[in-house]
Design a protein around this ligand. Structure first.
Ligand code: SF4
Ligand code: SF4
Length: 344
């Protein structure tokens, strides 16, 4: 399908993230949803099941489930099974700490359930300052249990200034467990706002990352690095910002945002608890309609790389205080400057 068709939006989101809970047993310094404690008004099991029914009727074909730590929800297994029974595949992201032998066997027994373990360094020395003391070892234990069950899981690493030098090691680590590697962009969202400046790769590192990704086309990236395609050859993955067009995020209390990295009131289309629910919001919310008509303007419009970069990531621009029509802060043609951060 073409960029133009995606830009105008589809009847149902292709990339639907569902943050199940704000509860988390870790406190990662870059958490995009600033998770920690469960909120009292999170969707009930009945509301969550009704939402899955809506998505099944809309023919949503898979969900990206996250949090917080989704496995902290007592009804996690029930909701995942309900989604699968309604014909919706699931990829859930977890820190791995709650994966025991029984959970690994449960995952292995489900064909359309994909699991992604988060790890932000190839060693504990790199990972644990970001994800917490002992988190590397706990994720390693989860990966061992999954590998023992023959699960082809994903290992997801957020690329940072501290771990770009470990890309080869991360790749080898994933291979060791029979897993696939996914590398994603650090966005200044949630707690990530406070650490973005210190952790974002430098422009020189982004160039190294770009070359490395071209040499490793089996590494998944989602929509993380299309702004780097401005260097020349397009990186694998979704080469556009799909926010509000093919991407959206439902948070634990039912708020529907244009993208998981913009959990901010100005990017909410409304709440699934409102009349019309999710289906009405996706098709009619003024914010989403606007985003389907909007194109990044400004200097990007006259840039030779516009066709591959389209001005970059909206979330990154928003949380660094840029106009949405401005180039991405990591535009490959920009100087390696220090960007002032907008307080949350
Ligand atoms: S705003 Fe950024 S993170 Fe969100 S969909 Fe667009 S490119 Fe992806
Ligand atoms: S000027 Fe805009 S379109 Fe060109 S590379 Fe930079 S962010 Fe992308």
């Amino acid at each position: 399908m073409s960029y133009e068709l995606f830009r105008q939006g589809l009847d149902a989101p292709i990339c639907l993230t569902w943050e199940l809970t704000y509860a988390c047993n870790l406190r990662c310094v870059h958490c995009l949803s600033a998770s920690g404690e469960r909120r009292a008004d999170e969707l009930s099991t009945a509301e969550a099941r009704a939402l899955i029914d809506t998505w099944a009727a809309m023919k949503v074909f898979y969900l990206n489930v996250g949090g917080g730590e989704p496995m902290t929800r007592p009804d996690f297994f029930e909701l995942m099974d309900y989604s699968l029974a309604r014909g919706i595949g699931v990829r859930f992201s977890t820190n791995g700490t709650l994966i025991d032998e029984a959970a690994a066997a449960w995952i292995a027994a489900r064909a359309y359930l994909d699991v992604q373990i988060s790890l932000d360094g190839a060693t504990a020395a790199t990972n644990d300052p970001v994800r917490g003391t002992g988190s590397y070892q706990r994720a390693q234990r989860a990966m061992e249990l999954l590998a023992a069950q023959g699960v082809n899981f994903k290992l997801n690493a957020v690329a940072t200034r501290q771990n770009v030098g470990e890309l080869d090691q991360l790749y080898a680590l994933a291979q060791h467990y029979g897993a696939a590697l996914r590398v994603t962009r650090l966005r200044p969202a949630g707690r990530g706002v406070a650490v973005w400046q210190a952790m974002r790769p430098t422009h020189a590192q982004n160039r190294i990352l770009y070359d490395w990704l071209l040499a490793h086309p089996d590494v998944m990236t989602g929509d993380s690095f299309f702004h780097l395609s401005a260097y020349g050859q397009a990186v694998e993955g979704l080469n556009m910002c799909g926010a509000g067009r093919i991407v959206c995020c439902v948070d634990p209390v039912g708020e529907v945002y244009a993208c998981p990295f913009v959990l901010s009131p100005e990017f909410s289309g409304g709440n699934v608890r409102n009349p019309g629910g999710f289906a009405w919001l996706w098709q009619n919310a003024p914010l989403f309609k606007h985003m389907r008509e909007w194109q990044v303007g400004g200097s990007c419009q006259s840039c030779n790389a516009y066709a591959s970069c389209h001005g970059g990531c909206m979330a990154t621009k928003h949380f660094t205080g840029r106009e949405l029509d401005a180039p991405d802060p990591d535009c490959v043609f920009a100087p390696d400057e220090v960007i002032p951060l907008q307080p949350m």
